[in-house]
Design a binder for this molecule. Structure first.
Ligand SMILES: [Zn+2]
Ligand SMILES: [Zn+2]
Length: 288
């Protein structure tokens, strides 16, 4: 059963495999009606996605961004929905974040080379194309050169947080990301809270701080979360009056195991509440 909404996807504007047009065509063809494009540190895919969206009746595109932030020993990803590509201040900050990715990407490649994994930085940039360089691009170069079998293996052993070639990147704190999204008129949603080194026990105290910073939503219906995880996160949303959202986090690079857009148990009530909440935001013009 395909959900009517998918609020977390990636295109070639960051580390996804499909162009914004191909992605929108895929998402719409699956019967999803409300689709957020949430590339890492970028809204560069939105203009093209909007053009593609025109071809699909009953399909609505929501422009968004996924921000990477750090806490000690773990990562918190924050989705900003209803963010305008025409917002100059937003674009200035996104550009800074992308420049930081370049430095970090080169740092990782240098470390890999010191460890005998002789991939080329120029090849990583080629793979990224016009997109902001991300670790998945480095992973693809490692697969291509035969150092690992698949992208996930590269993360597990080399470039993930506990990998031998991991390099930190300068980022915002989670609360700063929430506040920035709100300042730019959008809605802040904690992405995949039960991942990235965060234990279930840590979720609630972190959530309390983010709620205080103004965060309005949290991903509950995420990719392959188990029923128990979904229930755990849903209860927290009820307790703290957060909107339970969700998405496939579709990248198109993880092979057969990857969930397709809309392939998540997102209830219609979440979509209705999202649109309602969106209409109360400064960026209400971006709400379908
Ligand atoms: Zn993420
Ligand atoms: Zn993502």
């Amino acid at each position: 059963m395909v959900s009517k909404g998918d609020f977390h996807t990636h295109s070639t504007a960051s580390d996804g495999r499909l162009t914004p047009t191909q992605l929108v065509d895929l998402v719409a063809s699956r019967g999803v009606q409300y689709h957020a494009l949430t590339d890492h540190d970028s809204t560069e895919g939105v203009a093209e996605a909007r053009e593609a969206a025109k071809r699909h009746p009953d399909f609505h595109l929501i422009p968004g961004v996924e921000f990477g932030t750090d806490i000690e020993g773990a990562e918190i990803h924050m989705l900003g929905l209803f963010l305008s590509p025409d917002d100059v201040e937003l674009q200035t900050v996104l550009k800074e974040l992308r420049d930081g990715r370049l430095d970090r990407g080169e740092g990782i490649v240098n470390k890999l080379r010191e460890q005998g994994k002789m991939i080329e930085w120029s090849r990583v940039q080629q793979i990224a194309g016009n997109a902001a360089v991300g670790r998945p691009h480095i992973a693809q170069a490692l697969v291509e050169a035969g150092y690992v079998k698949k992208v996930a293996d590269a993360f597990d052993t080399l470039i993930g947080r506990n990998g031998t070639a991991y390099v930190e990147r300068k980022k915002m704190t989670p609360a700063e990301a929430v506040q920035f999204i709100l300042q730019r008129g959008g809605l802040a949603c904690w992405a995949h809270p039960a991942d990235m080194g965060i234990t279930n026990e840590q979720v609630e105290p972190i959530l309390i701080g983010l709620k205080e910073a103004g965060m309005q939503a949290m991903e509950v219906f995420y990719k392959d979360y188990s029923g128990a995880t979904i229930e755990f996160l849903h209860q927290l949303c009820i307790k703290y009056d957060l909107l339970p959202l969700g998405g496939s986090d579709y990248h198109g690079i993880f092979g057969n195991e990857e969930r397709l857009p809309g392939d998540i148990p997102l209830p219609d009530s979440s979509i209705e509440r999202l649109l309602e909440l969106g209409r109360t935001l400064p960026n209400k013009d971006l709400v379908p």
